[in-house]
Design a protein around this ligand. Structure first.
Ligand SMILES: Cc1ncc(COP(=O)(O)O)c(C=O)c1O
Length: 389
């Protein structure tokens, strides 16, 4: 191992969200936080070093975007996802949720409908609703083995002419699903036929686990390429969410012109100084770190699975196919929502995301972030065991 993921970084004093809002969100601050999706691992040293070198210059005026940024992203997407994207398809965006919000505003009007497939990352609901769009739900089907699939019969039923956008989580947060190529192709065909724009949020795409593979939505068919906007970022993968370094990829000329003209008019395609520096360092020097980080996360997941099986068999973790979030099926405890929150927060002193926030199908589930040193994970599991005994 070149890098160590066991090191504990004290985040206090850094204004980190994970600790900073515990009191406000959970009603107490004495909690071990395993909720928001950033990792407790130190940001890779090659990124910090690249930023430090620029800091040493000591003048932070306006800058131009280095062309190297685009070449680097193109190479990364090619090498990791076998997708050849053209330079003109790419633009910077100031965050993926903001990208979703902007696309919702540009490609639909108030009263139009946006389809989401819960349980899913809650800003998929909040962002369209906050912009006066109606959110319609196509809940995922839960399979007997605990995995999920899309429900195409139901999708047909809930879709009407007011549906303009579908927001796809690919890989899926919170259940960690790497969608199969056939599923995505079927979705693309449906959306293309109905004139629905797919916003494919692929922020977790570089973190496929246990031999699974991420399939970029736009690559599954010509229809998919022509009806979609893909969002990507190094932010989750390299733990640099605070730097805000995301991008959009749009192969279709008409969609691209509309979206990018608006971004450009508002200078929202203009990355701040540190963003290209971090992305270039991550994508040019990050191979070994990423591999080792994913190995470590897989180790954490196996560790957690063994622990639950041995000590808390009523809680069943769904093994994620991607990323560092584990979807825990706690329904075996037979608790109400309030009892479940009370167990995790007041008794175990843990801050997780409760499943209900992700919408229908999330009841009785909790989402645990295992992007953390193993000793912290063990501590959390022991606290939970103690609280249930
Ligand atoms: C699926 C998904 N999309 C987007 C985001 C947030 O991305 P950003 O910080 O770029 O808005 C997250 C963060 O948890 C996420 O899980």
């Amino acid at each position: 191992m070149t890098y160590s993921f066991d090191k504990i970084i004290d985040r206090r004093g850094s204004n980190d969200l994970k600790h900073g809002v515990l009191l406000e969100r959970y009603g107490r601050s004495d909690l071990l936080p395993l909720w928001v999706a950033d990792m407790d691992f130190e940001t890779p040293p090659f990124i910090t070093e690249a930023l430090r070198q620029r800091l040493d210059h000591s003048l932070f005026g306006y800058t131009v975007v280095p062309e190297e940024l685009w070449d680097t992203i193109i190479r990364w997407v090619h090498d990791h996802h076998q997708w050849d994207i053209r330079r003109e398809w790419l633009t910077y965006i100031p965050g993926i949720v903001k990208g979703i919000g902007m696309a919702v505003n540009i490609f639909s009007k108030e009263g139009d409908k946006v389809i989401i497939q819960p349980p899913v990352y809650h800003p998929f609901r909040l962002t369209p609703q906050g912009n006066g769009r109606k959110v319609v739900y196509n809940p995922l089907k839960r399979l007997p083995d605990g995995n999920y699939d899309m429900d195409f019969e139901q999708l047909e039923q809930i879709t009407d002419e007011q549906c303009k956008i579908l927001i796809l989580s690919n890989p899926h947060n919170p259940a960690g699903i790497c969608w199969k190529e056939e599923t995505l192709r079927r979705l693309a065909h449906f959306c293309y036929q109905h004139g629905i724009l797919v916003l494919s949020d692929e922020i977790h795409s570089d973190m496929a686990l246990f031999g699974n593979r991420h399939v970029p939505f736009a690559t599954v068919s010509e229809e998919a390429a022509q009806c979609s906007i893909t969002f990507g970022a190094p932010s989750k993968t390299f733990n640099i969410a605070g730097i805000v370094s995301s991008y959009a990829i749009v192969p279709n000329d008409t969609i691209r012109r509309r979206f990018y003209t608006w971004l450009e008019a508002n200078e929202l395609n203009d990355p701040p100084l540190f963003s290209p520096i971090a992305t270039i360092a991550a994508y040019q020097q990050g191979e070994t770190w990423l591999k080792e980080m994913l190995d470590y996360v897989e180790g954490n997941i196996r560790f957690l699975e063994d622990f639950f099986q041995q000590h808390l068999p009523k809680i069943k973790p769904l093994r994620p196919q991607a990323s560092f979030l584990v979807w825990l099926d706690c329904r075996g405890l037979g608790f109400t929502h309030e009892q479940l929150i009370d167990l995790f927060v007041n008794k175990a002193h843990l801050a997780l995301n409760d499943g209900e926030m992700f919408g229908a199908g999330g009841e009785g589930f909790m989402r645990m972030n295992v992007g953390t040193p193993r000793s912290v994970l063990l501590q959390a599991l022991l606290q939970l065991k103690e609280a249930t005994s």
